[in-house]
Design a protein around this ligand. Structure first.
Ligand code: UDP
Ligand code: MG
Length: 346
């Protein structure tokens, strides 16, 4: 699997894929496509737009069918039911064959006019160019505060660099798309997968606009569920907190035990014994959790490391991005291990 040297990226041309997950976006999808059709021909890249209809129950799919019939740049993937935005984005990425791929919401909150800046950064060597929100219009106070707090907390929970104030609006080099699509894990949270994959990540600041029509698909409860999912998928820190509780209980038992011995108090001794047994029980639970979480991490099947390039005189002619467990795969091997059918770039 040979992928173009990022330091020798083409300064013109290439293929851009745009992936758009859509769930009940009938009110806006045609306007979105009109805006993209105006912008994308000006980027200097050939382009394809991949709409993933995520089990819409309104007329979104009908409208997408019309768009696909009229525009040869468009591919529409219809999912069999609503699987959620994360799944829809994954399917879209597996369909993308661009040198670079942009993920975009259907509701025009992320202005497509930022895409040329992203392409510019990509041509200069960035592997991931993520949109970072300078401002957010049209969101409730509750959403602004909870999103900001969550991003800042989440950054501390994962062991790799997580940019704050970013969503899914980003450009990914083909190597990053392959690294992500190649992962066998089924339950996905795209923001952390992109951050986890590493590579050279750079921000582009933009103002997030209000939804131009329709409503958000995320109720506070759905957002809470997504946040829980994100943490379980990406972080072992909650389990470490259980160990900390066990440690605190044992420390409390030691202190009260000493106090009981000095004062000769039977009541304090009972409290110390209860704290000690409690600490042992919590530690036993944490130990079971430790095995469970390690089993889950192994089941996720992420590679030990993601190789960006290999430099050697021998390999100079064929600089490679490699996305597996540090092996170089040929195309046949790649196809056979690929879980969701991503086509390797030619
Ligand atoms: N979306 C999706 N499946 C879902 C929910 C949302 O494909 O189950 C899409 C939706 O159509 C939009 C994007 O994901 O293109 C972001 O959704 P939304 O705008 O409702 O999220 P918000 O911007 O309010 O966070
Ligand atoms: Mg939105």
């Amino acid at each position: 699997m040979n992928i173009r040297d990022p330091n020798a990226r083409p300064q013109t041309g290439g293929l851009l894929s745009v992936v758009i997950p859509c769930h009940n976006e009938a009110e806006i999808i045609q306007a979105t496509h009109r805006r993209l059709s105006k912008l994308l021909p000006t980027t200097g890249m050939d382009y394809e737009v991949i709409y993933v209809d995520d089990g819409s129950r309104d007329r979104t799919l009908l409208k997408l069918e019309t768009i696909a019939a009229q525009d040869p740049h468009v591919t529409v993937v219809e999912l069999s039911r609503n699987f959620g935005q994360q799944a829809a984005m994954s399917v879209g990425l597996s369909e993308a064959s661009g040198d670079a791929t942009v993920i975009l919401d259907a509701d025009l909150q992320d202005p497509p006019e930022v895409i040329p800046q992203m392409i510019d950064r990509w041509r200069k060597g960035a592997d991931v160019v993520y949109g970072q929100r300078r401002s957010r219009d049209g969101e409730t106070f509750f959403k602004l505060v909870t999103a900001s707090l969550f991003h800042r907390l989440f950054r501390k929970l994962v062991p790799y660099r997580m940019p704050v104030d970013t969503g899914d609006f980003k450009l990914l080099d083909n190597a990053v798309v392959q690294a992500i699509c190649q992962l066998p894990e089924k339950r996905r949270y795209m923001r952390t997968l992109v951050a986890w994959s590493g590579f050279r990540q750079e921000p582009v600041l933009y103002n997030r606009e209000a939804r131009s029509a329709g409503e958000t698909k995320y109720s506070p409860l759905k957002l809470l569920r997504l946040a829980g999912d994100a943490i379980m998928i990406s972080s072992d820190t909650p389990l470490r907190l259980v160990w900390a509780v066990a440690g605190l209980l044992v420390a409390a038992a030691t202190v009260t035990g000493l106090a009981a011995a000095i004062a000769g108090s039977a009541v304090t001794a009972v409290i110390a014994a209860i704290a000690f047994v409690g600490g042992l029980q919590v530690a036993a639970t944490a130990l079971v959790g430790e095995y469970a979480v390690r089993g889950y991490r192994e089941a996720q099947g992420r590679p030990t490391a993601v190789r960006r390039r290999t430099l050697s005189a021998r390999a100079a002619a064929t600089t490679q991005h490699d996305c597996d467990n540090s092996r170089h795969l040929d195309d046949n091997e790649y196809t056979s291990v690929h879980p969701i059918g991503h086509r390797p770039a030619a």
